[in-house]
Design a protein around this ligand. Structure first.
Ligand code: 5AD
Ligand code: SF4
Ligand code: FES
Length: 363
């Protein structure tokens, strides 16, 4: 068995069958996969974890994804939006703690008041910091004009999860209407790349109706799309969402977690120099979830720097960690936790995706 695993791990390019095989490795054999991914990470991007201060700007969302706790149809959620002062003071925290960059995340909204306000905030954050903070946005699908305006205002990375690269599965996880359209999502992802953003995507792992083959195809999708960054993590059911009724179809949480670790490790082996985030959802299942992700190939972590009083309301899924903490708690906690992985923390730099620069040099 271990010979077969070694020969697959050393192949030039993994095919779908290889990926399915690796995704199905048992608890003992998976260690070989994680070890290989750690070697690839050390050789190509170094044993460094980059911090991005995560600001959960607003939980107001115009969409109604079946799995998500802040979907517009969930009337239980108390809606909020940070004030400009709160955003800038979170940015100042990131500067003071040498994070190098920020992620500004929110529910999806495309009305002009909202998009213009984000433009204004981007400019203000850039002005606040010298050397300037790097800024990643995660604000859903937008028009080319808005993506361009935000790029010009200072955002240079964008995360837009495809959620599933399989159109049929995508449609099982979303309402069947014009705004939850797979082709439109894909078109938005293409636009980001065209506009020179460092482009990130990802999927949820362990959703109802998902097969190992779907996940293998998701990884192949990421390779074919030639992404620069990836954020992916386990699906965690939320009782206030329609998808909850399929709870009985789900893998146990522990298996969804293990599958997520394997997805990260395989992607690291397939796309050696991209940035891969240790998603917060990993820690919702396992107290050491993000550390384990880092040891299996991830190299980015997002300490939450949202003011504590809002954190309970950005409730995408159950058991979200750090909801009773403040930015300084997460900072101290993560310094210790990253230390345990053997990585160094990448302070004071943007920590860009190396892949972005190599792909632009060799198109
Ligand atoms: N479980 C795990 N991840 C979720 N997301 C939304 N709802 C859930 C859930 N129930 C993820 C989606 C989305 C990101 C903001 O959060 O992938 O892109
Ligand atoms: Fe809105 Fe994103 Fe949640 Fe969908 S997953 S409801 S777009 S925040
Ligand atoms: Fe938030 Fe540990 S990362 S408390």
């Amino acid at each position: 068995m271990s010979n077969k695993i070694h020969s697959i791990l050393n192949k030039e390019a993994l095919n779908k069958q290889d990926i399915v095989f690796l995704l199905e490795l048992d608890e003992k054999d998976q260690q070989l996969l994680f070890k290989k991914a750690a070697e690839v990470k050390a050789a190509y991007v170094g044993k460094i974890t980059w911090f991005r201060g995560l600001i959960e700007y607003s939980n107001i969302c115009s969409k109604n994804c079946y799995y998500c706790g802040i979907r517009s149809g969930n009337k239980q959620t108390k809606r909020y939006e940070l004030t400009d002062e709160e955003v800038l003071s979170a940015a100042q925290f990131a500067i003071d703690h040498q994070y190098g960059s920020l992620v500004l995340q929110s529910g999806e909204r495309s009305n002009r008041d909202f998009t213009a306000h984000i433009t204004k905030l981007l400019k203000a954050i850039k002005q606040l910091s010298s050397p300037a903070l790097g800024i990643t946005l995660s604000m859903g699908e937008q028009s080319e004009k808005v993506f361009r305006e935000w790029y010009d205002a200072g955002a240079h990375r964008y995360l837009l999860r495809i959620e599933s690269s399989n159109p049929d599965l995508y449609h099982k996880l979303h309402p069947d209407d014009d705004i939850h359209n797979f082709e439109k999502r894909l078109a938005a992802l293409r636009l980001l790349k065209k506009l020179n953003y460092q482009t990130g995507t990802g999927v949820m792992i362990g959703t109802p109706f998902q097969t190992t083959e779907h996940l293998a195809n998701d990884l192949i999708f990421m390779r074919n799309f030639d992404i620069d960054m990836c954020g992916m993590g386990p699906y965690i059911e939320n009782a206030n969402t329609p998808l909850y009724k399929h709870k009985s179809r789900l893998l146990p949480l522990k298996d969804r977690f293990r599958l997520s670790l394997k997805m990260i490790a395989i992607l690291r082996i397939m796309m050696k120099d991209i940035n891969i985030a240790a998603a917060t959802a990993m820690q919702a299942i396992d107290p050491l979830g993000r550390e384990k992700a880092i040891m299996a190939g991830a190299n980015v972590i997002m300490p939450n720097i949202t003011p504590g009083k809002y954190r309970n309301d950005y409730d995408l899924y159950e058991n979200k960690p750090c909801t009773n903490e403040e930015a300084s708690d997460c900072n101290t906690c993560l310094e210790v936790r990253i230390g345990m992985t053997g990585d160094k923390i990448g302070y004071g730099a943007w920590g860009d995706s190396k892949h972005y620069f190599t792909r632009r040099k060799n198109p």
